[in-house]
Design a protein around this ligand. Structure first.
Ligand code: NAP
Ligand code: MG
Length: 399
């Protein structure tokens, strides 16, 4: 059988620990036998980040902007213990933060729903994708404790030096706290563009909620920027695709999300996204079943699993245990990237292959072949624990 040919390479970012092992298995067992894989390979494993002074991470991000499609393995974000463990010369920054900064992207996280694993919220039958604005608000705020008797004011100095001053609060009767936060139009706009683009890409409705009734300038500005960009750039294509953009108050959005059956993208301000993505991920069942896509405003896509390098499993693997981790999210990072490559290159056979692999995964799980984590969650009557490798082989049999 002849292999499927690719026109343009995808950026392949290798990673660390257990997921590095899974990465190899996914390629060897599922992809390489069928696709004449073209990638630009960047080794983001911690050893190579150390060796290159982290240049490799930056190069991979720039390459993703150039080639428009990247796939990334989970990587270690160094902390003090890792600096010791890997004898690092520096506590290198989180690769995901570096990549996000270069691509100026928004992260979309979606659960993969399989037979036998029921979300905690009974009505959710389709995935809910959370888009979190990853810049500003309380994550870049300035705060202070305020002694009693002080007055807090907001001062804005214009380019010509003139100042506008607003009273925040007079702390005459009690000490207290104060915080100043900001966002930029550039960042809000690029967040909005990424959300509208991704909704079109997925052919799903886009929801957005903020507290504009209370925050009549700050949150209201988010609402206005979204509305303006939608009207100017996306309204027509949304109509054509048969999807909707829908704005409501954040508390109303939360209530509607719980009552919904899923199947939409939920854009969240930074803090809301931080809180809601953990809520949604947990309610859908498992971190091992979440995928993550970084979309930049110019339309570059970077796919990855939402989970980390599964350190605990890796240490057991080093002691000789057969790999038993769930490869689904890593596999779907690859199929997501291949589908997108096929779409951008006009090579439908590549996208069709990726879709077949995903369908085969769903069939394999419905037949009861699952990794240990899914076994523990699954309500299927007939089920059997298989290793990572055996699971991937079952998928290939089902293609
Ligand atoms: P983790 O790797 O996501 O794993 C936490 C636990 O979740 C595991 O111990 C395991 O539970 C379960 N789990 C996660 N993925 C699984 C899978 N595919 N199959 C089965 N079980 C799975 O998080 P962590 O242990 O906190 O972080 C480990 C390293 O990953 C850290 O160095 C961190 O910096 C890095 N990290 C990277 C990324 C990224 O690159 N995007 C994201 C998060 C964390 P049991 O042990 O109970 O089986
Ligand atoms: Mg969080």
């Amino acid at each position: 059988m002849s292999k499927i040919q690719m026109k343009t390479p995808i950026v392949e970012m290798d990673g660390d620990e257990m997921t590095r092992i899974i990465w190899r298995m996914v390629k060897d067992i599922v992809i390489n036998p069928y696709v004449d894989l073209k990638t630009e390979y960047y080794d983001l494993g911690l050893e190579n980040r150390e060796k290159t002074g982290d240049q490799v991470t930056y190069d991979a991000a720039v390459a993703t902007r150039r080639l428009d499609v990247g796939v990334k393995c989970a990587t270690i974000t160094p902390n003090a213990q890792r600096v010791e463990e890997y004898k690092l010369s520096k506590m290198w920054p989180s690769p995901n933060a570096t990549i996000r900064a270069v691509l100026d992207g928004t992260v979309f996280r979606s659960p993969i729903l399989v037979d036998g694993v029921k979300p905690y919220v009974g009505g959710w039958i389709k995935p809910i994708t959370i888009a979190r604005h990853a810049y500003g608000d309380i994550y870049k705020s300035v705060e202070a404790l305020v002694p009693q008797g002080s007055k807090a004011q907001l001062v804005i100095t214009a380019p010509d030096g003139t100042q506008s001053v607003k009273d925040i609060f007079d702390f005459a009767n009690s000490s207290g706290i104060v915080m100043g936060m900001h966002n930029t139009d550039a960042s809000i706009r690029s967040f909005a563009h990424a959300c509208f683009k991704f909704a079109l890409d997925q052919k799903q409705d886009l929801w957005f909620g903020a507290k504009d009734t209370i925050s009549k300038t700050y949150d209201h500005h988010f609402k206005d920027v979204f509305a303006q960009i939608f009207e100017e750039d996306y309204k027509a294509s949304f109509e054509k695709a048969g999807i909707e953009y829908f704005y409501t108050l954040i508390d109303d959005a939360v209530a509607r999300v719980i009552r919904s059956e899923g199947g939409f993208i939920w854009a969240c301000k930074n803090y809301d996204g931080d809180v809601m993505s953990d809520m949604v991920a947990t309610a859908f069942g498992s971190l091992s079943m979440m995928t993550s896509v970084l979309v930049n405003p110019e339309g570059a896509f970077e796919y990855e699993a939402a989970h980390g390098t599964i350190t605990r499993h890796y240490y057991r693997y080093l002691k000789g245990e057969t790999p038993m981790s769930n490869p689904i999210a890593t596999l779907f990072a690859w199929t997501g990237a291949l589908k997108k490559r096929g779409e951008l290159d006009g090579t439908p056979e590549l996208s069709a292959f990726a879709q077949k692999v995903e369908d085969a995964m769903f069939r394999t799980v419905s037949e009861g072949f699952v990794t240990r984590d899914l076994y523990l969650m699954s309500s299927l009557e007939k089920k059997e624990i298989v290793s990572t490798e055996a699971f991937l082989n079952k998928i290939v049999e089902a293609i």
